[in-house]
Ligand binder design. Structure first.
Ligand code: PLP
Length: 384
């Protein structure tokens, strides 16, 4: 093991041309970032309204190939609001995967609902249609107004697949199941901007999709998120709820429901507008890096995770699949000790204290992946 890990460390150092610490994912600012930030500052519109917010909302919709885009302060807030608008209420249940970042489940819980953790597919690492079907066939009670859980009598108010590390989940099968069981599907596309499933943009396929522009993502606004949708009424509601439910008026403080202060500041929007201009080139650079990894790990007989057939991944975070948990630990230890940052995939969410009593199925694939998947340095290099 150790000689192959040494070899890997050497390869990563050479590839990133660095003797220093190599992070997992660094932002890159090669474009109009400073220009747009200066424009925002000079205009004095640095806060919650401004032209960059409007511009970003149009551009993110264009990127996602949806009719509408709504900016938000971060991806978690965007997902929380999207779920609320999908109809998730206190006492409901929401189907999702335990193999995800904690925000996926938190956004469900913030709406007073409980996550139902189902297994993922081994290939995509996204929610498994077979697991969803098995769950619904056993527990689903399809009624006029949606599907209820026979065991708990709770409404199954939404389904949230997540496109892990930018690899698209098996959307056709998930959409068909959700359609059949009248369950709204909201995509957690936080990690998958610029990824495609059978030519359709991740984020654009469900009732709504959500992106994150956190600093560790492929493009960043410092912090930020967005909801995209083809439904004008949902978009209007999303904008209203994220802007304190303020009713337009020249001077009155009129708010017609309990809203949130989930707006993206104009200064962050300036940054993301500049970053969006580079997204395609970033993805191409990442795919070139993935090719290098494919060749290297191929020669080492180590499994490097690649996109599934009929999908296009943005290769946000690249990943290797190690032989077992022990190998995972020694790989993590050696690489991090050597200043090459690597991280394991997330601990399955039902293992966290606030989710320990949630329903979960066997989680065979999710556990297999938790034991083996490690992310390796994935920043954009050789930008063209
Ligand atoms: C799968 C997933 N969902 C949601 C989020 C939340 O996004 P944010 O950090 O912008 O709140 C992230 C990333 O951070 C994520 O990776």
């Amino acid at each position: 093991v150790s000689s192959s890990v040494e070899h890997t460390i050497e390869f990563i150092r050479e590839t990133f041309s660095s003797k220093e610490f190599i992070p997992l994912h660094e932002p890159r600012f090669y474009g109009n970032e400073k220009k747009y930030l200066n424009e925002a500052i000079d205009s004095t519109y640095v806060s919650s309204v401004g032209p960059f917010v409007d511009r970003f909302e149009n551009e993110i919709a264009a990127m996602a190939e949806t009719e509408f885009g709504v900016a938000a302060v971060n991806g978690t807030a965007a997902l929380q609001v999207a779920l609320k608008l999908a109809g998730v209420n206190e006492g409901d249940e929401v189907i999702t995967q335990a193999l995800s970042f904690v925000a996926t489940a938190n956004s469900i819980k913030y709406n007073g609902a409980e996550p139902i953790f189902l297994d993922v597919d081994l290939g995509s690492m996204g929610l498994s249609p077979a697991a969803v079907q098995a769950f619904l066939e056993e527990y689903g009670d399809l009624r006029e107004d949606g599907t209820y859980n026979k065991q708990t009598s709770k409404r199954i108010a939404a389904c949230v697949p997540m496109h892990t590390f930018g690899f698209p989940a098996d959307m056709d099968a998930l959409l068909e199941l959700c359609n059949q069981w009248k369950i709204p599907l909201v995509e957690d596309a936080a990690e998958s901007i610029g990824s495609y499933y059978k030519g359709r943009a991740c984020g654009s396929m469900g009732m709504m999709g959500v992106y994150s522009f956190n600093g560790n993502k492929i493009i960043t606004s410092g912090g930020g998120g967005a909801i995209v949708t083809n439904d004008g009424e949902l978009a209007r509601r999303a904008k209203h709820l994220t802007t304190t439910a303020k009713v337009a008026h020249p001077y009155e403080y009129e708010h017609d429901e309990l809203g949130f202060n989930f707006r993206m500041p104009n200064i962050n929007a300036a940054l993301i507008c500049a970053q969006l201009e580079q997204l395609e080139a970033f993805i191409q650079a990442k795919r070139r890096l993935a090719e290098k990894y494919i060749e290297f790990f191929g020669s080492m007989d180590v499994k490097f995770r690649v996109e599934e057939e009929n999908t296009f991944s943005n290769y946000w975070l690249m990943a290797v699949e190690l032989e077992n948990r022990d190998q995972r630990e020694s790989f993590l230890q050696s690489t991090n000790d050597a200043g090459v940052m690597t991280r394991p995939i997330w601990k399955l969410l039902y293992k966290l204290p606030m989710y320990s009593s949630c329903f979960r199925d066997e989680q065979t694939n999710a556990q297999y992946l938790e034991d083996r998947i490690v992310n390796i340095p994935s920043s954009v290099i050789d930008y063209e």
